[in-house]
Design a binder for this molecule. Structure first.
Ligand code: T4K
Length: 372
């Protein structure tokens, strides 16, 4: 059998470049707690992402928990069932009740009309996800949030560097959170950030990620430890140096898939929405009923040939045992999400995935589609 093809592989800069930064860390012995790489990376990312504030964290999950904490929410939070499990868990771990609303069939993001229908006097916020890096309907969500006085937090785990109508996506919402996990288009091994278009939350976020400590003698909040280490921040600098190249290499993979799968009957490829500068983080397809086999059978077929696609984001969060009893989790309330989650398959995409390997994936899908 040929070499396996994973759904993703992290980009790594030349090792010698990283070793040079490690030598600086060895020299000054500042390993964490807001060291020089951490501080300079926050400044570089703020400029790159067009944000007033960037606070680095240990990962995207803690970034989201802290963002939710920083907003002082209560009661109910409207959110999407179609995401990675960290999204709903962060709401729940913030002592809030997730209220699920359905997604749009076009971009798999939370549907603004459904948000508005779900608002009650106990709603305090919207936690939306830019799923696969595709922007939510940010202008509509802002209008709704202003009308009902709600906070908006974007789980932008997938959306590093994405732009909408030539503006940074991080200009929207009260806070956004990003994941810099090894599987993301921009990685610091593990890592994440809380990003804001204003400096309103900066002090609180900084305190929350440092155990709630504001100064040696002042501990005003119940925080956690979510500080990024210097090892991760140093890697972040190198990744940023290469990010535009990484994005272009990913775009080449996206384009080849789009072209070669365009005429495979029963395979639907969602468009990159107009006005979006994508980071090409994921390549989701929908396996429609017209295809010769269903999604699970196609997944198994690819796997048996060493092609490790993924069913991101199956199972649907509203169907997990700890959430399924919530009224809004009923499948009748979430027909689009329940349908998409049975059809979606994310194909391998990463910088350096060869044309030969892309063609291997495409050929096997096409062959399976003809019933062979
Ligand atoms: N919100 C959303 C919407 C998210 O999608 C995520 C994370 C978060 C919040 C939380 O952010 P973090 O706290 O993670 O920063 C992965 C990731 O662990 C997770 O970060 C990500 N979303 C989620 C969508 O996917 P798995 O379980 O699929 O990862 P794994 O280990 O199976 O990796 C997939 C493939 O990637 C492997 O088969 C091979 C390759 N790989 C992976 C790693 C870790 C490598 O080549 N090298 C590696 O180091 O969860």
């Amino acid at each position: 059998m040929s070499e396996p093809i994973f759904v993703t592989r992290p980009f790594l800069p030349p090792l010698a470049d990283y070793v040079a930064l490690l030598e600086q860390i060895w020299e000054n012995r500042i390993l964490t707690n807001g060291g020089p790489f951490h501080q300079s990376l926050e400044r570089r990312l703020a400029a790159y992402l067009g944000a007033a504030e960037v606070s680095l964290t240990t990962n995207g999950a803690l970034a989201l928990e802290i963002a939710i904490d920083a907003c002082d929410l209560s009661g109910d939070v409207i959110t999407t069932p179609y995401s990675f499990v960290a999204t709903t868990h962060s709401v729940k771990r913030g002592q809030l009740k997730p209220i699920f609303v359905d997604i749009s069939p076009d971009d798999f993001n939370i549907d603004p009309a459904a948000i508005e229908r779900a608002i009650t006097p106990t709603t305090s916020a919207i936690v939306a996800v830019h799923c696969y890096g595709n922007p939510c309907a940010v202008a509509n969500i802002e209008t709704i949030a202003n009308k009902y006085n709600l906070r908006v937090i974007y789980d932008a785990a997938h959306a590093f560097g994405v732009r909408l109508n030539d503006r940074s996506l991080f200009e929207w919402g009260d806070l956004s959170t990003i994941s810099f996990h090894a599987t993301k288009s921009y990685n610091t091994f593990e890592g994440g950030a809380i990003v804001s278009p204003t400096d309103l939350f900066k002090k609180k976020v900084e305190t929350l990620k440092n155990f709630g400590i504001a100064s040696e003698v002042d501990i005003p909040l119940i925080g956690t430890n979510a500080k990024m280490s210097e090892l991760n921040a140093a890697m972040g600098h190198l990744q940023l140096d290469h990010y535009e190249t990484i994005r272009i290499m990913r775009r080449a993979v996206d384009e080849r898939y789009r072209k070669s799968l365009a005429n495979v009957e029963g395979i639907h490829i969602p468009d990159i929405p107009k006005g979006v500068t994508s980071n090409y983080s994921y390549f989701p397809i929908l396996v429609k009923p017209e295809f010769a086999v269903n999604r699970d059978a196609l997944y198994d077929r690819l796997k048996s040939d060493g092609i490790m696609s993924r069913k991101y984001f199956y199972p649907l969060l509203s169907n997990l045992p700890m959430y399924a009893e919530i009224d809004s989790a009923t499948p009748d309330n979430l027909p689009v999400a329940n349908r998409v989650v049975k059809q979606v398959l994310c194909l391998p995409i990463y910088p350096g995935l060869s044309d030969h390997d892309i063609d291997r994936v495409v050929d096997l899908i096409a062959k399976t589609g003809t019933g062979h």
